[in-house]
Ligand binder design. Sequence first.
Ligand code: 48H
Ligand code: FE2
Length: 266
Amino acid sequence: MQSDSIQIKSVEESKISRYIIEYTMKDWLDLIENDVVIVGAGPSGMAAAYYLAKAGLKTVVFERRLSFGGGIGGGAMLFHKIVIESPADEILREMGIKLIKAEEGVYIVDTAEFMAKLAASAISAGAKIIHGITVDDVIFRENPLRVAGVAVEWTATQMAGLHVDPIFISAKAVVDATGHDAEVISVASRKIPELGISIPGEKSAYSEVAEKLTVENTGMVAPGLYATGMAVTEVKGLPRMGPIFGAMVLSGKKVAEDIIRDLRNS
Ligand code: 48H
Ligand code: FE2
C-alpha cells in the first residue's frame, strides 16, 4: 500500500528498537555521575533543576511518575488554577508563564501551563528529566561523612513488588524534592543515624508564615543532602501553606543557589 501524497521515511522495526536501546544506554552511561541529582519533578525540583542547569551544573531529575509537575496538576481540589505571589512571579515571567493579576503582588496561573513551561525551561537550560524512576536509597561515604548519590529502581518494578536490586548513581549533591513525605531524607535519617537527622514532621496550615519559613529553611540538611519544597516543611517541622506555590519555586531557586555556592567552594 503506497500513498502518492505523503512520503514517510520507512524505518524497520529492528532499527527502531536498536536506536531506542542504543541512545537510551548512551544517556544512562552519562547519567551515572552527576553534579546534582534531584529527586522529584514537582515545582520545587523543576525550579531547582532550571537554575542549576543554567549555572552549568550537570543536573538530572528522577521522577517516579510518567508526568511532570507533582502536586501542580491536582491544584487545589482538582481546580485548574493556582495562586502565585511576589516575588515568585519573576521566576514565572522568566519562563514565559502567563500571570493574571488578582490583586497587587498576587497572581493566578493555569496548572497545565505552569507544569509544561517549568519542565520545558529546566530541559532547555540543560537539565535531564527521567520519568518512571523511583529513588529508594542513598549512597554515603565516611571521612568525611556525606551523602554521595542515590539508588534508583524502575517505579514499575517497585509497583510489581518484585525483589530487584537498584543501580547506583553518584552526585556531588542530592536534592530531596519529593514533597510532603521527604522520602530521601527520611531514608537517610533512618539508615545513616550518624548524619544526626531527626524529622519532626509537617504542622497544620498557617499559610501567612509557612511560605517564608519554608524558603528560609531550604538548604543543606547533611553534607551532600539538600531539601527543597514541602520536604523542607516535613524535615524542619514547619506549618503547611495550602494550595499556593510561590514558596515552592522560590525554594527551588534557593536550593540551587546554595548548591552552586557549596560546589564552587569545595
Ligand atoms: C522519585 C519521587 C519520589 C521518589 C516522590 O509533591 P510535589 O509537588 O513536591 P514539591 O515540594 O515540589 O511541591 C509541593 C506542592 O505540590 C504541594 O503539595 C504544596 C505546595 N502543598 C501545600 C500543602 O499545604 O499541602 O512533587 C514531588 C514529586 C512528585 O512528582 C512525586 O511523584 C516525586 O516527587 N517523588 N520521585 N523517587 N522516591 N518520591
Ligand atoms: Fe500539598
